[in-house]
Each structure stands twice: as C-alpha cells, then as structure tokens.
Design a protein around this ligand. Structure first.
Ligand code: DC
Length: 238
C-alpha cells in the first residue's frame, strides 16, 4: 500500500539542514538549479514533478483516463514511486522499474499536467512529499512547494523567466526544430496555462518567496544568488 520514499544522500556533513523550496513554471531552469544547489550543499534534490509524471505513466500503461480522479488515486495508493539519488543524477522508479527517461516523453509530460489538477491526487502527493522532506537537507522543486508542501520552508525561491525564453530553452534542451518545435512550444504554453489556472494549488509565488527572474541571468548567476540567500539563512540560524 505504500507510496514514495527517497534514498539518503551520500554527503551528510551539514548539521543545520534546511528545507529549500524552488517553484516556478517549466523552462525557468528549476531542475538544473535545484540539482546543482543540492550537490553544492550535500542535500537531496527532490523533483516533485517526477511523481506526477510517474502517475501519468501508470495511467497510460493501465489505459486509465487522466480525468478519472478516483481511479488515479487508487493507482497512486497502490504504487511505489521512488525518487532515488544516484551519481549520474536523479533516478525515478515506479514499483522498482527505472522510468527516468520514459517520463520525459511528450505523452507523459502532457499527462502529468492533467493528473495534477485533481485535488485528491494533489493531497496524496503533498503528503508523500512532506514525508520525504520533513527531516530537512532537501532542495525540493515543483509548483506548490512553497505554498502547500512546505509553507514553513527555510528558503523559498520562485524562479521565473520570460515565456519566449522558457520555450526556447526547452526546445534547445530537447534539440527540437521546425514544425515539431512549434507544436512543442504550443504544448508548453497550454500546460503553463493549466498549471496557473487550476483550482487546486495553482502555480503561484508564495508571499514570502524570493522571486528571481532568470530571463537575462546565467545559470551561474542564479546559483550564486541562491547560494547567498542560503548562507544568510544558515547564519540567521546559528
Ligand atoms: O516539473 P515538471 O514539468 O516535471 O512537472 C510536471 C507536471 O506536474 C506539471 O505540468 C505540473 C505538475 N506539478 C505540480 O502540479 N506540482 C508540483 N509540485 C510539481 C509538478
């Protein structure tokens, strides 16, 4: 009947471990920044979107509708979604099977956005994510980490960027060009719209989040800015 778990980090030297929330839309650079920041701090990087993606994949495999909230909830309750930290990056397992690459494909990406609108699914995911992050020493990224999952997080970052730049970054990342690039950009806009306008926990910056616009910032600049904020939080605790 269980659920989701995370394997412990290899580097466990810090004594005062923070909960760091990084929220924002797709293409703002969350995943890269969260993973680099976690590595720098010796924290665990938890990518909450991967859990919605894992559930969407299960729905596809079982031929369930993305709109059938109750069936999706049962599927979630009967699955073990593992976010595993490995040297080459984060691996995602569904009932022990490595689905890390499969969940990045288009059908799953679309499905994740659709399964994540359901309040019961969100409630289940949020409970699992709290279990995984409650001990601290985590950089958790997603859409509702600072607003719902950890409203008391030590540091909340809302990472945004101009939509055109976000689309371009996604297309470059996936090396897509031509007509399929246009289709992909349209899909990204549609998902964005769904994430921002859904009734249950829409994508929004928490009131106490530091909003960073990465449109004209390099990855290094964003990382350094967040590292400064982390240092300040750590200093304030000592
Ligand atoms: O971050 P991502 O692109 O892997 O997320 C996939 C989908 O999951 C995204 O369209 C919105 C949803 N999601 C969410 O609703 N809440 C989160 N904390 C993380 C992701």
């Amino acid at each position: 009947m269980h659920s989701a778990r995370v394997l412990e980090p290899m580097n466990d030297s810090s004594q005062r471990k923070l909960i760091i929330a990084i929220d924002g839309p797709a293409g703002a650079g969350k995943s890269t920044i969260a993973s680099r920041l976690a590595r720098k701090l010796g924290y665990v990087n938890l990518e909450s979107g991967a859990m919605y993606r894992a559930l969407a994949l299960k729905a596809i495999e079982w031929d369930a509708s993305f709109d059938d909230e109750d069936t999706l909830l049962k599927m979630a309750q009967n699955s073990q979604i593992t976010l595993e930290r490995s040297i080459g990056g984060n691996r995602v397992l569904l009932n022990g099977k490595d689905i890390s690459a499969r969940i990045r494909e288009r059908d799953v990406t679309e499905g994740a956005s659709r399964v994540s609108v359901h309040p019961k699914i969100r409630e289940w995911m949020v409970a699992r994510q709290r279990e995984m992050g409650v001990g601290g020493g985590v950089v958790m990224e997603g859409r509702d980490i600072g607003t719902k999952v950890f409203p008391d997080a030590d540091l909340k970052i809302f990472l945004d960027a101009d939509p055109v730049i976000r689309e371009q970054r996604r297309l470059d990342q996936q090396k897509v060009k031509g007509a399929s690039a246009q289709a992909m950009a349209a899909e990204l806009r549609e998902r964005d719209q769904r994430d921002r306008t859904r009734t249950a926990s829409p994508l929004a910056a928490a009131e106490d989040a530091v909003v960073l616009d990465s449109t004209t910032m390099s990855e290094e600049e964003v990382l350094n800015r967040i590292a400064e904020l982390v240092d300040r939080r750590l200093a304030a605790r000592s």
